[in-house]
Design a protein around this ligand. Structure first.
Ligand code: GLU
Length: 501
């Protein structure tokens, strides 16, 4: 048997360090066994998936040095590797399960389903749709012929225990009563993650599914699907989730999660990959610093420990420092530095601004230092000159951050439009609105056009600095946050509506 593993990202956001982490372990496992590592794009959620996000994910993984043997960009014997291009193939599988009596057409309206949910809740049963919703065959026929909207749901046992076998965790027991009658095919004809994932893993001959532990609860459904289809089930392995230093699940609120942030910070890809390899895993000799090849040579998935690995930027910086000192000659250091940001392309973006401000060339570096920095050493006092009262000041930063988190097309015109619309909606004068933004991004209100800087710094560094500024100011209070979320949602919807007109 040839070992075949895969990473199956959904292109719905920034390239996440968690995706690279899972990809790394899949790659190492495949290489260790002389097998193949596949990249498949799971973009069946067409409202959330974007081609920009797919591109970003592919290039971020490549930047890290992760290479796949088969994928949407390199092709392979099981092409296409993008689920949207396979979308017409899934219906037949769902219908096959209906024909075999393992799934059924469900015509319930959202309102009817709500009633079922409420009833279950009242009885203290787990959420999710369950129970006998199947209609008599002739009724189904009539409704299908009448073109009534429907989904296809899988049948799931009501009781008993499902035993999921996991390479790291042994037998995991999950009550069938907890598992809902999952939709396989949605009313728009698109498959859900569960159906598409199982069908494609089978067709692509995946032998080992190594993925994050957040998918454990999906495993019973997948097991059942393999059984219903009569296919052999791949071996499952659920990796521990990455965590913030406070042990909560890694989240961008507490820690930058986008690979692009670390690139802009000036981390070496080898060091980031090395650090991800340290997440729950160690070399037999416990050495902290190793290359991808060394990791592959010494790989043993059984060495993964389940205690939640902490992704700590301080530790990553330390490791990166080692890499910079020990693995780069002076010439290479210079080359990397130039490639990173000390180059004409990057400098050219600042020239018009520094030229109009500098009196000597020696003024340039201090003026532009923030464009070559990570987090800025800002303090609460730096915002003291703001005309806004404390809560309003924080709201300006928080709403800007939220608005810019949703900005998919990162150009200064869009950034400016977002900020201007917010300032108007919040009835804050543009000058007063922009002051804290300047301080957060440039460290001072006396810099050049901050939207130009934001464009050049890119979305990840910009958002990280806004988040950091909020942290410096103590953030919105817990109670304030709830109200702010509501207010922001209204403001944001109004802005979107106005933009459409
Ligand atoms: N598309 C899923 C994700 O976004 C894949 C999960 C899996 O590996 O089965 O992570």
């Amino acid at each position: 048997m040839t070992v075949r593993t895969r990473i199956a990202p959904s292109p719905t956001g920034d390239p996440h360090v968690g995706t690279a982490y899972i990809a790394l372990f899949n790659l190492c496992f495949a290489r260790q066994h002389g097998g193949k590592f596949i990249l498949r794009i799971e973009d069946t959620d067409q409202t959330r998936s974007t081609t920009e996000s797919e591109q970003d994910i592919l290039s971020a993984l490549r930047w890290l040095g992760l290479e796949w043997d088969e994928g949407p960009d390199v092709g392979g014997p099981h092409a296409p590797y993008r689920q949207s291009e396979r979308k017409d193939s899934y219906r037949a599988y769902a219908e096959e399960l209906v024909a075999k009596g393992h799934a059924y057409y469900c015509f319930r309206t959202p309102e009817e389903l709500d009633v079922i949910r409420e009833e279950r809740k009242a009885q203290g049963l787990p959420p999710g749709i369950k129970g006998d919703l199947e209609l008599p065959a002739d009724e189904v026929k009539r409704r299908l012929a009448a073109g009534e909207p429907h989904v296809i749901r899988m049948k799931v046992p009501d009781e008993g225990v499902c035993v999921v076998k996991d390479m790291l965790r042994g037998d995991i027991e999950i009550d069938w009563g907890q598992v809902d009658c999952q939709i396989l095919l949605k009313s728009d004809g698109m498959p859900t993650y569960h159906l598409a994932n199982v069908v494609d893993d089978h067709l692509m001959e995946i032998t080992h599914v190594i993925r994050g532990e957040e998918w454990i609860n999906s495993a019973p459904k997948h097991m059942l699907l393999y059984k219903y289809f009569g296919w052999e089930m791949p071996t499952l392995c659920h990796m521990p989730l990455l965590r913030n230093p406070d042990k909560t699940k890694l989240s961008k609120r507490k820690n930058p999660t986008s690979i692009n942030f670390y690139e802009r910070l000036g981390v070496m890809p080898e060091a980031l990959l090395n650090y991800l390899g340290r997440m729950g895993w160690s070399m037999p000799d416990e050495s902290e610093k190793f290359t991808l090849n060394q990791m592959i040579e010494n790989f043993d998935i059984k060495r993964v420990s389940l205690g939640g690995p902490v992704f700590d930027i301080v530790k990553l910086r330390w490791l990166n420092g080692l890499w910079m000192r020990e693995n780069l000659s002076e010439t290479q250091f210079l080359e990397r530095l130039v490639h990173w940001s000390y180059n004409n392309d990057y400098a050219a973006k600042m020239i018009p601004h520094v030229q109009s401000r500098a009196e000597t060339f020696s003024d340039v570096a201090p003026l532009a230092a923030f464009m070559f920095s990570g987090y800025l050493p800002i303090k609460e006092e730096d915002f003291a000159a703001s005309k806004l009262e404390a809560e309003q000041l924080k709201k300006v930063l928080q709403y800007s951050l939220w608005r810019l988190e949703a900005q998919r097309h990162w150009i200064k015109e869009n950034i400016f439009a977002d900020l201007k619309a917010l300032s108007k909606a919040m009835s804050v004068k543009m000058g007063d609105f922009m002051m804290p933004i300047f301080v957060s991004i440039a460290g001072t209100p006396n810099s050049w056009s901050v939207v130009d800087s934001m464009e050049t710094l890119g979305p990840d560094m910009t958002r990280a600095r806004l988040r950091f500024a909020l942290e410096v100011l103590g953030g919105l209070s817990k109670k304030g946050l709830k109200a702010a979320e509501k207010e922001f949602a209204q403001i944001s919807a109004a802005i979107d509506a106005a933009e459409k007109n």
